[in-house]
Design a protein around this ligand. Sequence first.
Ligand code: FE2
Ligand code: FE2
Length: 358
Amino acid sequence: MTDAEFVTNGFHHVTMVSRDASRTLPFYRDLLGFPLVKQTVNFDLPETYHLYFGVDGGHPGTILTFFEWPHAGRGRYGVGGVHHVALGVADEAQQLKWKRRLTDAGVPVSGPYDRGWFTSIYFADPDGQILEIATEGPGFATDEPIEALGQRIIVPDPGRLKGGRDEASIQAASHPEPVPEIDDAMRLRGIHHVTGMTDDIGAADDFYNRALGMRLVKKSVNQDDPDTPHWFWANYDGARVLPASDMTLFGWPKNAPRAREGTGQTHHVAFRANDEEHLAAWREHLLAQGIDVTDIRDRNYFKSIYFRSPDGLLHEIATDVPGFAVDEDADRLGESLRLPSWLEPRRTEIASALKPLG
Ligand SMILES: [Fe+2]
Ligand SMILES: [Fe+2]
């Protein structure tokens, strides 16, 4: 394979940690409108749930998954962890409907903040995982030429920065009517970007470039903490930025606190491979880059390899195939507990240890 083929096709899924799957399910399925596409268990800890949500039958790039860790402590974002996961929405009008819908459901929302390249609102799931809903546009070419993204530091307009923006009118903005139903126009489109923290942004740049073929598409500052850098990488060829491929990092100082694994934290961020042959080639590529990577693991719905960023963030590359219809009807995804063949003999024991999802 050529180097050009070792440019990631973007996100496959993001896996987060929940304390109680019966609380996570209604939040993502009913409030956010993400269909449940698989009810299964953590293959490495089969007495606990692994829930998968996703759009269009769980299309790669739209998949959010949750390990249920009933006895874990609360996680914390920090260096080597994820600060937030952003989900895409069409535009600002649809975004305001989400603000109204979430606020009416008792979920505090901040924003909409004009980030320049998109507009953002923020809230948290029942475990404290920070989520964002970000508009598709206007995109990274709004303040520098599309053929030269990420080459110089972009300093945002002071009116966009904390301290310079009109917080009162931002907080007051909302949709005028209640939003009890999610219509097609407002539907969330999957992973828009994922933002983590590094204490060595130069090493992170080298890593995302060498490991995943990602290129800088924006070098700016954290608009909520303007003394610190905020860099964005993506599958970018000089003419376009591939949607659902944007990994971003806040650059924190060397002595900043590290992330702590636990509920309300992202466990890992997975990128795509086409199939097992492609995955094996990715594995060889990572090894050739000196990156420690696991053997290929069978996750039933995809095959996976795992490796870590220099800050310690766990990454995965997962195949697009076979997908979630491999063990149940495509039109009944998520309706019943599915187990991989090697756990099927223990179904009664496993099912009785799980708390009903309600
Ligand atoms: Fe995963
Ligand atoms: Fe963000």
